[in-house]
Design a protein around this ligand. Structure first.
Ligand code: 2DT
Ligand code: MG
Length: 224
């Protein structure tokens, strides 16, 4: 059964909600640049939109994660996985409120990065990795910025943060490919080897469709 349109208790149609739009992809695919451009384009066309990113390094949990990524601290692998998830859950009330207010959220990485990065480590299965994020607000659209390693290499060197090596990124890419087989998530693959404006045009088209298609639908629950 398809979800019923949003209605308030007295039967009057509630005002339109914002869409939850996520950008995923391997390092240097251009996620952050494209998130910013999408937010600008939506705002300029009169659609309220805000950017978010995970990890959100500004919270107490986010600071623990940031120190780990910067290799200033070591954390046990299960522990850091759960911290990344907790960092999403702590922002859920804010996200829901903004979506209800009609604000479209453009999010740089989400639970899919969480699962892809941890399950690329030895001894982790996809199923265990997904569990803590089950029930998060479900994105209306997840765009995967596809870029092959040779093209990524042309964009410059890796940084010095944890996970920024070509061997690790290769297994992360494989995990994303496994996640993209899940038909319960609205995945769109974007060719990130185009120029910035070309990528943006594709992203804008998919986003406008998602905003129009979901504005009267209730927000879903991820992996549930
Ligand atoms: P950036 O801040 O450059 O995006 O890098 N990561 C991210 C995880 O391992 N688990 C997660 O849940 C999330 C959201 C991806 C952040 C790094 O943290 C990784 C790269
Ligand atoms: Mg990075």
């Amino acid at each position: 059964t398809s979800p019923r349109p949003r209605q308030s208790v007295d039967g009057v149609m509630a005002s339109k909600r914002g869409a939850l739009i996520v950008l995923e992809g391997v390092d240097r695919a251009g996620k952050t640049t494209q998130c910013k451009k999408l937010v600008q384009a939506l705002q300029q066309s009169g659609r309220p939109a805000e950017m978010m990113r995970f990890p959100d390094r500004s919270t107490t949990i986010g600071q623990l994660i940031s120190a780990y990524l910067e290799k200033k601290s070591d954390l046990e692998d299960h522990t850091v996985h759960l911290l990344f998830s907790a960092n999403r859950w702590e922002l859920v009330p804010v996200m829901k409120k903004k979506l209800e207010q009609g604000i479209t959220l453009v999010v740089d990485r989400y639970a899919f990065s969480g699962v892809a990065f941890t399950s690329a480590k030895p001894g982790f299965c996809l199923d265990w990795c997904k569990r803590p994020d089950v029930g998060l607000p479900k994105p209306d659209l997840v765009m995967f910025l596809q870029l092959n390693p040779a093209e990524a290499a042309l964009r410059g060197q890796f940084g010095n943060e944890r996970y920024e090596t070509s061997a690790f990124q290769k297994s992360v890419q494989e995990k994303f490919e496994q996640l993209m087989k899940d038909p319960s998530v609205n995945w769109k693959v974007i060719d990130a080897s185009q120029n910035v404006e070309g990528v943006h045009a594709d992203i804008r088209t998919h986003s406008l469709n998602a905003i129009n298609e979901t504005q009267n639908m209730p927000l879903g629950e991820l992996w549930k």
